[in-house]
Design a protein around this ligand. Structure first.
Ligand SMILES: NC(=O)c1ccc[n+]([C@@H]2O[C@H](COP(=O)([O-])OP(=O)(O)OC[C@H]3O[C@@H](n4cnc5c(N)ncnc54)[C@H](OP(=O)(O)O)[C@@H]3O)[C@@H](O)[C@H]2O)c1
Length: 270
């Protein structure tokens, strides 16, 4: 069973499982894409724990990618936390043998940032659920469909100038989404309880990342260090125009705190 089988990293995990010939049961609210018709979809039943256990029956491993990016309306970190608690209870009732939970680097119950604090709290629930587990903590997963890097590319394609918050000296250790999926699958076969950071071999400053994307787009953009408030004002305006949330203040703080880095050995090859 995989939550978010058609989400960004979830789709990579789905493809990797299908390539291994593993049948995938996917818990999602999204419509099924035509190229993933072999996934058996379980429409979300977050409100009905018993139905949840029935849905999970027969699943050997629960891969969990479910989480929210920020609080919006009634969809909050608190709600996501309670849903994961319910999901794990259902997994125990259904006799699931292993959980592979996708978290984030530097998840901590002591984090001042709700995203990272919430992930820390989920980690505690996983550790205490009584089922053998792996917690995989990616930094930034890059690949087709990634939000952060593709949003940067979107701006670079449309503007000759790109404002880099405070000169972009903070660091990120990206991992290829395919490598993350391979790691997640490997952890499904691991023994005992495991916690592993998922980072690639290179540490890049944010400035270097923007420069690489600019070169990939056409290299003509002028990168300009700007204060954080200016970068946030520009992304907020773009969000109003596109009806999306491009970058939240907390996401920028997380980047500035180097939270998408790790001292662990790289698990990804790219
Ligand atoms: N992308 C990265 O670079 C990155 C880096 C570090 C950690 N992570 C972690 O990796 C996991 C997967 O991330 P992703 O980027 O692949 O995320 P994603 O595609 O947005 O979502 C994955 C899952 O979360 C659910 N979800 C997301 N937003 C939701 C909302 N507002 N309301 C209800 N359900 C929502 C999706 O449900 P549906 O299937 O119903 O849509 C899906 O089950 C997350 O736990 C994330 O924190 C990602």
């Amino acid at each position: 069973m995989l939550t978010g089988p058609f989400g960004y990293t979830g789709a990579y995990i789905t493809q990797a499982l299908l390539a291994e010939g593993v049948p995938v049961l996917g818990l999602t609210s999204r419509p099924q894409p035509s190229d993933m018709s072999s996934v058996t979809v379980v429409p979300c039943h977050w409100g009905a724990p018993v139905a949840g256990a029935e849905s999970l029956r027969g699943a050997a491993i629960l891969y969990n990618t479910y989480w929210v990016r920020f609080d919006r309306g009634t969809t909050t970190f608190e709600l996501a936390l309670s849903r994961i608690r319910m999901l794990l209870e259902a997994a125990r009732t259904a006799g699931v043998a292993r959980i592979v939970h996708v978290s984030v680097t530097n998840a901590s119950v002591d984090s001042p940032l709700p995203y990272f604090r919430g992930k820390g709290l989920v980690g505690q629930i996983v550790q205490e659920c009584g089922i053998p587990y792996s917690i995989v903590r990616p930094a930034l997963a890059f690949g087709s469909g990634d939000i952060l890097l593709n949003n940067i590319a979107w701006f670079l394609r449309r503007s000759p100038i790109f404002g880099v918050p405070d000169g972009g000296g903070f660091c990120v250790q990206p991992i290829a989404a395919e490598d993350l999926a391979t790691l997640v699958l490997g952890q499904g076969q691991a023994d005992g309880n495991q916690e592993v950071d998922a980072i690639g071999p290179e540490t890049l400053t944010f400035w270097e990342i923007v420069r690489l994307i600019s070169d990939a787009v056409d290299g003509s953009q002028w990168l300009l260090p700007v204060p954080d408030f200016m970068a946030l004002a520009a992304t907020h305006l773009a969000g109003l125009l596109t009806g999306d949330v491009v970058l939240t203040p907390d996401e920028l703080v997380g980047l500035r705190m180097n939270l998408l880095t790790s001292n662990a050995a790289p698990q990804g090859a790219r």
